[in-house]
Every structure is written in structure tokens, then in C-alpha cells.
Ligand binder design. Structure first.
Ligand code: C5J
Length: 222
């Protein structure tokens, strides 16, 4: 049994049941000209976590632990994109519209790809998801059961949207969830801070948080 120094208390795990889930580190959220910027956000904030996320991924690779990458994207005909998701608000461009990185948030377009620094290695699992939560309308639950995963480390963007939604879905399904504080980011500093606080409040009501360094140290001793 291993343990990771975490908040609000140490995170226990069995190495053979640990997996990393990297949420939506896609060009559309992280680079200029994509979905994130079309909503009026400063994407530079998200770019800053790419090196830390890479360190975390490499640590899991070095230990031979499973890594799952998710991608928020839709079919070209938008049949999996509810109008409420596409039509709400007044973005500069909507899901499916043409942009500098191809059609926004559409599977197979350049913008929907994971940033090159974090590209999945051969054999790593990639899950395309139409929603904010990675369990909705995807094979994630079956995949985790097949891997024998019980404890999940999370990284990715954005902290309070797809990362938090997926952590809550996972928590409700009985997984122990740990968020890497410095390998997740939001377009809004205050939303990230609030999400970290609410996840670990009330005795880890949704899960734990820890730094990437502490997670990697824990893996060494697990
Ligand atoms: C958003 C995500 N923020 N991956 N998606 O719309 O968090």
C-alpha cells in the first residue's frame, strides 16, 4: 500500500489499482484561435501547466501505470452536441464553426487534438467525450473496470468544468480521486482556488489534492 502526501489528509493507494486521467489538454482549450479563446478567455493561463502535466504523465509512464487521455469533441454532424451546448451565449465562434485550427471542438480537426507536448503514447487510452463529465456517453467506466482501477489521479483543464465534473462523477461511482493541483488550471484563478477547496472540504467530500512532486514521490514508495 502506498501513500501520497495530500490535502485534507494522506491519500492511500494500491499501485496496481491506480490510474491517471488527463482531461482535455487539447489545442482548442490551450492554444489561440480555439474554443477557449472564442469564449473570451486568456488561454496563456492554461499553457503554463503543460510542463507539469508532462512530468506527471512521464512519472506514470515510468511506473507502467495506466494513463487515460480525454478529449471534449463532437461528431462532424453535431449529432452528439445538444443545441443547449452550441447555442448558448454569444461566443466569437460556436462549436462546429470554422476557425484557424479547423472546425471548433470537432473530432479529427487539428484544434481537437491533444497538444503535441502531451500527445498520448502508443497503447495509452484516449476517450472522446461529448460532455463535460468523462463518464457521460463514453466507455470510461468499463475501461476503468477492465484496468482494475480504484484510485484515480486527475490532471487537465479546466479545473472547475470538465475536471471537477469528472471527479464528481468518479467519486459517485466509488473511486478515490486525487487532483494534481499544479497540473490543472482554469481561465479564472478564483474558480481554480474555489474548486480545490470544495473538493477537499468536509473530509475529502469529493477527493484529495496534492502537488505533482508529492504524487511522484508517493509513486516511488508505492
Ligand atoms: C470547458 C473543459 N471548459 N474541458 N471544457 O468547456 O473544461
Amino acid at each position: 500500500m502506498g501513500v501520497i502526501a495530500a490535502e485534507p489528509f494522506p491519500f492511500p493507494f494500491e499501485a496496481r489499482s491506480l490510474a491517471l486521467i488527463v482531461i482535455d489538454m487539447q489545442r482548442d482549450f490551450i492554444e489561440r484561435g480555439g474554443f477557449g479563446e472564442s469564449l473570451g478567455n486568456d488561454v496563456a493561463r492554461l499553457q503554463r501547466i503543460v510542463p507539469t502535466t508532462r512530468r506527471l504523465i512521464e512519472g506514470f509512464r515510468a511506473h507502467g501505470l495506466p494513463i487515460i487521455h480525454t478529449m471534449e469533441c463532437h461528431r462532424p454532424d453535431l449529432s452528439d452536441c445538444p443545441p443547449a451546448k452550441r447555442d448558448r451565449g454569444a461566443p466569437l465562434a460556436r462549436i462546429g464553426d470554422a476557425g484557424p485550427m479547423g472546425r471548433i471542438l470537432i473530432a479529427g480537426e487539428p484544434g481537437a487534438a491533444i497538444v503535441p507536448e502531451l500527445a498520448p503514447a502508443p497503447g495509452e487510452i484516449v476517450i472522446e467525450k461529448p460532455g463535460k463529465g468523462a463518464f457521460y456517453a463514453t466507455p470510461l467506466q468499463e475501461t476503468l473496470q477492465r484496468l482494475g482501477a480504484r484510485a484515480l489521479v486527475f490532471a487537465g483543464v479546466t479545473t472547475e468544468v470538465c475536471v471537477q465534473t469528472t471527479m464528481r462523477e468518479a467519486n459517485d461511482r466509488g473511486y478515490d480521486c486525487l487532483l494534481a493541483e499544479d497540473a490543472t488550471e482554469s481561465y479564472f484563478a478564483e474558480f481554480k482556488a474555489a474548486t480545490l477547496a470544495m473538493i477537499r472540504a468536509q473530509g475529502a467530500i469529493v477527493g484529495w489534492t496534492a502537488t505533482t512532486s508529492h504524487i511522484l514521490e508517493g509513486l516511488l514508495n508505492g
